[in-house]
Write a new protein. Structure first.
Length: 372
């Protein structure tokens, strides 16, 4: 609603009301004076009890112009005062409504019909305020969850590191083999601790409101092939293989580092949640509208209820697995923010021991080699 347009409409509406009331008042007043004029000039005399009334009418008739003007001015002022009080009443109602906008009650603003536009705007503000309060509560809850997860996840590897280092310090007669084993475990737990700390900071670094894309043109096909090669050592213990099926040399304009973060997270999840000796399949298919990327692996079917929350911050599919080898549950939330920032979408599907993530990026981001 445009402020000036609303002000003009309200002014016109009030002016019409004022004009209508003044016009009706003038017509009624004129009718009364015309009736008095008719009586005063057509009745010769009234005898008896009506004689006083006749003299009064004759007196009024003698000063009818002055009396008419006086009565009209008084009536005009009364109408003006009434309109002024009505305007003040409108303002009071709006002030009272505004004062209740930011409360926690859900009652809608109710104003006179003349202020329907104001009522609609205030109700929209009320809705936005309630929505913001809800978002603030959710943000506060997420912050509290962060503290809980931080305390829980950091405690486990930290306790292990302290325990093994204390053992190495106190047990002087420990064998070289056990010493090497305990040192390896300590290093592994320390690296795990570093990973967790870094991931907890990701939610700040990858805040959607602060992220800015630094786009460059990149060969998407080669990018996928390179990333999968980097994960081969991680796949070997489970006997996994990874295949990339994509058209040759698909060029896409994107933020390479951020999109690499998305692919890294999806492939890492595929490895963590794949059956042993199975295949991870990655496809990239350009079309007229979008380029579609799919990351598919074979693993335990994810229940639909969990799929609905899989992109939420700190959400974990498997608490035990995540605590030992995974992250803090921020990876997919960050991936979704990055894809959203690129103007695309990311969805998850799981059925019959298949887990599949689908990314769609707008067609305007895609260029084929040889095309301008």
């Amino acid at each position: 609603m445009n402020d000036r347009s609303f002000r003009d409409r309200l002014t016109v509406r009030l002016f019409r009301q004022f004009t209508f009331v003044v016009t009706v008042f003038t017509i009624v007043l004129a009718g009364i004076f015309l009736l008095g004029y008719f009586i005063g000039h057509n009745v010769i005399d009234w005898h008896g009890p009506l004689n006083f009334a006749f003299k009064f009418v004759k007196t009024i008739d003698n000063f009818k112009i002055y009396i008419f003007i006086l009565v009209w001015v008084i009536g005009f002022l009364v109408i003006m005062m009434s309109l002024w009080r009505k305007t003040i009443d409108y303002a009071t109602q709006m002030i009272n409504s505004i004062e209740g906008l930011y409360g926690s009650d859900t009652d809608l603003v109710n104003l006179p019909d003349e202020l329907k536009d104001v009522e609609d705007r205030l109700n929209q503000i009320k809705y936005n305020s309630l929505r913001n309060q809800q978002l603030a509560r959710e943000a506060e809850q997420r912050k509290n969850d962060l503290v809980v997860y931080l305390a829980h996840d950091l405690k486990t590897p930290l306790t292990s590191v302290i325990g093994y280092l204390t053992l190495l310090r106190d047990e002087q007669q420990i064998s070289a083999e056990l010493r090497e084993k305990y040192l390896s475990i300590s290093v592994e737990k320390a690296e795990r601790l570093e990973t967790l700390i870094n991931e907890f900071f990701e939610i700040t670094r990858f805040n959607l409101n602060e992220m800015v894309l630094e786009t460059t043109k990149v060969n998407l096909t080669r990018m996928l092939e390179q990333i999968t090669d980097e994960f081969k050592p991680m796949m070997l213990p489970k006997g996994l293989t990874c295949k990339v099926k994509a058209e040759k040399d698909i060029l896409i304009r994107c933020d390479v580092k951020k999109l690499d973060r998305v692919f890294d997270n999806l492939i890492r999840n595929s490895i963590n949640y794949s059956y042993e000796n199975s295949e991870i399949l990655i496809t990239a298919t350009p079309s007229e509208q979008v380029v579609t990327l799919k990351f598919r692996n074979h693993g335990d079917t994810i229940p639909e209820q969990k799929l609905n929350h899989i992109f939420g911050q700190f959400y974990r599919l498997d608490t035990a697995r995540t605590t030992q080898s995974g992250g803090a549950g921020l990876g997919l939330a960050i991936a979704k923010e990055i894809i959203d920032l690129h103007g695309g979408s990311i969805t998850a599907y799981s059925e019959n021991d298949i887990i599949e993530f689908t990314i769609e990026l707008p067609v305007e981001l895609i260029e084929k080699v040889g095309k301008s």
